[in-house]
Design a protein around this ligand. Structure first.
Ligand SMILES: Nc1ncnc2c1ncn2[C@@H]1O[C@H](COP(=O)(O)OP(=O)(O)OP(=O)(O)O)[C@@H](O)[C@H]1O
Ligand SMILES: [Mg+2]
Length: 245
C-alpha cells in the first residue's frame, strides 16, 4: 500500500495534477469500487455524499469522483459536453468518444491508483451510463458500445453498482425544483425529450437485470432517509461483511 499518495479526500478532480507522475502498475486492488448510476435528479450525488460520510466513520479512506470528469482533462471534457455553444455541439459519435476519453483518463489517473492505495472509490456514473445513454438512449449498437467501453476501462470493473432508480416524471420534478432553487437552466442532455428519458431509465433497468451480482437497484421514489438506509445496508452486506468460511 502506498501511503505517500494522499489521495483520500480528492474530490471531483481537485488535486489530480499531483497524481500525474504516479505509475499505474496493475497490482491487486485492495480498495472497493462503487459506482452510482441512474437518471438525472434521482439522487446519485446526494447519496454518494451520505455513503462517503458513513464509510469514513468506519475508518475507510474514501475518494469521491464523477464522470465525465474526475481529472483535470476529464473536467474539461465534461464542460465541453455539457455546455457546448451551438456551433460546437458534438455529433453523437464524437460525444461518445469524449465520454470514453474522459473515462480512460479517469481509470488510469485516479481510480486505479486510489484502489491500489487501499482507498474506496465512489464514482458518480461510469460504464453503465454509456450503455444507457449512448446505447438505449441514442441507439448505438450495444455490442459495439461494450467493446469500446471495455477498451476505455482497461479491465476496471465496479465491485458494486447502485442503480438509483426513479421514474422520468420524478426525475423531471426534482430537476425543476433544483433549477428554480439554484437559478440554473437545464444542460444539453437534461433537455432531451421525454422519450429519451424513458428509454434511458428502461435501459438502466435492463442492464441491472442482466448483471444481478454486480447491481443493486434502489427505489429512490421513497423518502431520502429510507433510500440512504437501504444503501448503507447493501454496502454493509455485500462489501463490509467478511465471507463466511
Ligand atoms: N429520495 C428523495 N426524495 C426526494 N428528493 C430527493 C431524494 N433524493 C434526492 N432528492 C433531491 O433531488 C434532487 C436531485 O438529487 P441529486 O442532485 O442528488 O441527483 P443526481 O442523481 O445527482 O442528479 P444529476 O444526475 O443531475 O447529477 C436534490 O434536490 C435532492 O435533494
Ligand atoms: Mg449529481
Amino acid at each position: 500500500m502506498r501511503k505517500d499518495l494522499h489521495i483520500t479526500g480528492v474530490k471531483f478532480g481537485c488535486g489530480s495534477a499531483a497524481l500525474g507522475k504516479i505509475e499505474t502498475k496493475k497490482i491487486m486492488a485492495t480498495g472497493k469500487f462503487i459506482t452510482f448510476e441512474g437518471p438525472e435528479g434521482s439522487g446519485k450525488s446526494t447519496h454518494i455524499k451520505k455513503l462517503a460520510y458513513f464509510l469514513k466513520t468506519k475508518g475507510i479512506d474514501i475518494v469521491t469522483t464523477r464522470e465525465p470528469g474526475g481529472t483535470a482533462l476529464g473536467e474539461k471534457i465534461r464542460s465541453m459536453i455539457q455546455h457546448s455553444v451551438a456551433e460546437e455541439v458534438p455529433v453523437d459519435r464524437a460525444e461518445l468518444l469524449l465520454f470514453l476519453a474522459s473515462r480512460a483518463q479517469h481509470v488510469d489517473e485516479l481510480i486505479r491508483p486510489a484502489l491500489d492505495a487501499g482507498s474506496w472509490v465512489l464514482c458518480d456514473r461510469f460504464y453503465d451510463s454509456t450503455m444507457a445513454y449512448q446505447g438505449y438512449g441514442r441507439g448505438f449498437d450495444l455490442d459495439e458500445l461494450k467493446a469500446l467501453n471495455d477498451f476505455a476501462v482497461d479491465g476496471m470493473k465496479p465491485d458494486l453498482t447502485l442503480l438509483i432508480d426513479v421514474s422520468p416524471e420524478t426525475s423531471r420534478a426534482r430537476l425543476k425544483r433544483r433549477h428554480s432553487r439554484t437559478s440554473s437552466s437545464p444542460d444539453r442532455i437534461e433537455s432531451e425529450v421525454d422519450d429519451f428519458h424513458r428509454r434511458l431509465r428502461d435501459g438502466f433497468l435492463r442492464l441491472a437485470g442482466s448483471e444481478l451480482e454486480r447491481f443493486h437497484v434502489v427505489d429512490a421514489e421513497r423518502e431520502q432517509r429510507v433510500v440512504e438506509i437501504e444503501i448503507h445496508e447493501v454496502v454493509k452486506q455485500r462489501l463490509l461483511t467478511p465471507p463466511t468460511p
